[in-house]
Design a protein around this ligand. Structure first.
Ligand code: XMP
Length: 325
């Protein structure tokens, strides 16, 4: 019988057996999946685990601070924060193609982990190598990256399809057979706090795949401000539980004419993509009340000067995916 309890026992045993005395790294994003994966590995091998939070410059407002507060306080894991903003933005310069972006981001993540592995061993007082990398890959990620039986490659999830061929780590993916709701149950079983377990999904490649066009500091800044407004208003309206997630997307390659204040503008559209879903394999667009949408639209166009139009994505999945890239 499937119970979260059984999954924990089973995975803890497998992880102990697999890892032995080696050291383990876990990329922690602050999201549900990587947090639960980290908590599971910590339960299994405790001090052998070091978590790495990569600030790739593609985070939303306040995100880095939140991970340190919520997760570290709750679990006491060893956490290393790496500021890799220049590295990622440099590698993404001039790139607009979605799959190319995903592959670059996946590759740079691994580079950061490789450096972190050298630093961990370099600072330790024993010789156990860092052989293992934990990833919070879920079943739907595997299927949609083409890893499942007969599945097409829809997107290269950064933690599945985007790995380099010469990877120095072996992967531990304890959530690989699970759906999101199951991961949440496992997280609760492990005592991961509600603020993390109930968090809406946010993709590893972050805002990098929510800018249609080039990922630049300027575009990131626009999107970050618009996203913060949308999240604030949806939370204030009490919709967080009803909405699976709401990507906010900047159409950096598109401009339209508007009028703001006394003059003509030629700005960018922002897309709101609120979806309802059980497992992210399929989704429907959430019927967010019109007055909430109006408030978000008014605030974004007033507070983010570069944006002169807010549009609502009313496409289910399929045919649309949840993210735009
Ligand atoms: P799509 O856009 O494929 O998204 O309908 C399905 C779910 O997966 C999330 N997503 C990702 N999560 N790494 C992640 O950790 C990724 O590369 C990635 N791409 C999409 C997306 O936010 C949604 O919840």
């Amino acid at each position: 019988d499937w119970t979260a309890d059984n999954v924990v026992d089973e995975q803890v045993a497998i992880i102990r057996e697999t890892v032995g005395q080696d050291r383990v790294l876990c990329g922690l994003s602050g999201g549900v999946d990587s947090s639960v994966a980290a908590a599971l590995v910590q339960r299994a091998v405790g001090e052998q685990l070091t978590c790495v939070f990569v600030d790739h410059g593609l985070l939303r407002q306040g995100e880095a601070e939140q991970v340190e507060q919520d997760f570290v306080t709750a679990t006491g894991v060893k956490l290393v924060v790496v500021d890799a903003r220049d590295q990622f933005l440099g590698a993404l310069a001039g790139v607009s193609d979605p799959e190319e972006k995903r592959k670059i981001i996946g590759r740079e993540f691994i580079r950061v982990f490789e450096q972190a592995a050298r630093d961990v061993v370099g600072s330790g007082d024993d010789e156990h190598p860092v052989k293992w990398l934990v990833q919070g890959t879920l079943y739907p990620d595997v299927v949609e990256s083409g890893g499942g039986s007969g599945a097409a490659n829809i997107k290269s999830h950064h933690n599945v399809g985007g790995l380099p061929d010469d990877l120095q780590f072996k992967l531990i993916e304890p959530l690989r057979a699970l759906f999101k709701d199951e991961v949440r149950q496992v997280g609760r079983e492990l005592g991961v706090p509600d603020e993390i377990v109930d968090r809406q999904p946010f993709p590893g490649p972050g805002l990098g795949i929510r800018i249609i066009g080039e990922v630049t500091e300027h575009n990131l800044d626009i999107l970050r401000r618009a996203d913060a407004v949308a999240r604030e208003e949806l939370t204030a309206a009490g919709l967080d539980q009803q909405i699976w997630q709401c990507p906010v997307v900047l159409l950096a390659d598109v401009r339209s004419v508007g009028v703001q204040g006394d003059g003509r503008t030629y700005g960018h559209p922002i897309v709101l993509r609120p979806v309802s879903s059980e497992d992210a394999m399929t989704a429907d667009w959430t019927r967010v009340p019109g007055d909430v949408l109006a408030q978000i639209s008014n605030r974004i166009t007033n507070e983010v000067a570069e944006v002169n139009r807010v549009v609502l994505d009313v496409t289910s999945k399929p045919p649309g995916t949840i993210e735009w890239e």
